[in-house]
Write a protein that binds this ligand. Structure first.
Ligand SMILES: [Zn+2]
Length: 252
């Protein structure tokens, strides 16, 4: 992986956020030759969807860092900056320091667009919300000429319906408390190849493979609805649409 100036910077909280939340967006851009970098704030050491055989809980940070490395290769990311803020403890960490570090990274890489978590954190995850606030602040602190466009990950009604259906299919009676947005600005629709490539990245996060992700595999229509559609909110952008190549407007 080689860091490259310009392009897209994605700022997430946990290993797997990038593949599950923005895998399609990342693939669109890396496949088109747009340099795409990732900041991940934590090692995700608190996640424990299932214990890999022979693994200890204290090894999870290392396991997830390795999984992120594999997913980054599957997504063809140019660079990954993995920080060691505590999983679940991002809001209690020094917010000014996090903002400063994101700002420094933006200053170094000069991305044309930054994509981060919105104030809803998709389902209210405190780490997502805190990282989103710090990302917004870092972008706002850039001088006007250097300031990249800013987008937030979003959940809209069709995506929320998908999650509810997937949870039912897996017999999960406690689905995520999603916060769907009334209106989103950009929807990236993936073709069948892109869905498969995104799935390959998601599958790298083996320690976090949830039941519903396995349950939907026999349901191509659900796979398309859930993985094939990524809504985003344009917080500040040159154009809110997609280019003819399906890239964010900044990459026309
Ligand atoms: Zn997350």
């Amino acid at each position: 992986m080689e860091e490259q100036k310009g392009g897209l910077l994605v700022v997430m909280a946990h290993p797997d956020d990038e593949s599950m939340g923005a895998g399609g967006l990342i693939l669109r851009h890396t496949r088109a030759g747009v340099a795409t970098n990732l900041i991940c704030a934590t090692y995700g050491e608190a996640g424990w969807m299932g214990k890999p055989p022979g693994a200890n809980r204290e090894d999870l940070a290392e396991i997830r860092a390795k999984e992120l490395e594999e997913a980054a290769a599957a997504l063809a990311l140019n660079g990954v900056e993995l920080w060691d803020y505590p999983d679940g403890g991002v809001p209690a960490a020094d917010q000014q320091q996090i903002t400063q570090r994101i700002w420094e990274h933006i200053t170094k890489l000069h991305p044309r667009a930054v994509v981060g978590w919105g104030p809803d954190g998709a389902y209210g995850h405190p780490d997502h919300i805190a990282m989103g606030v710090c990302t917004d602040a870092a972008v706002a602190a850039m001088t006007e000429g250097d300031r990249p466009a800013l987008y937030h990950l979003a959940v809209d009604q069709p995506l929320a319906q998908f999650y509810a259906q997937a949870a039912r299919l897996a017999g999960n009676s406690h689905p995520l408390p999603l916060q769907p947005q009334e209106k989103v600005d950009v929807v990236i629709e993936l073709d069948a190849d892109e869905v498969m490539m995104k799935l390959r990245a998601i599958d790298c996060h083996r320690s976090q493979l949830e039941d519903w992700r396995i349950a939907i595999r026999d349901h191509p229509q659900l796979m398309k609805e859930g993985y094939g559609r990524e809504p985003y909110i344009a917080v500040s952008s040159r154009t809110t649409g997609l280019t003819a190549a399906g890239l964010l407007g900044e990459f026309a």
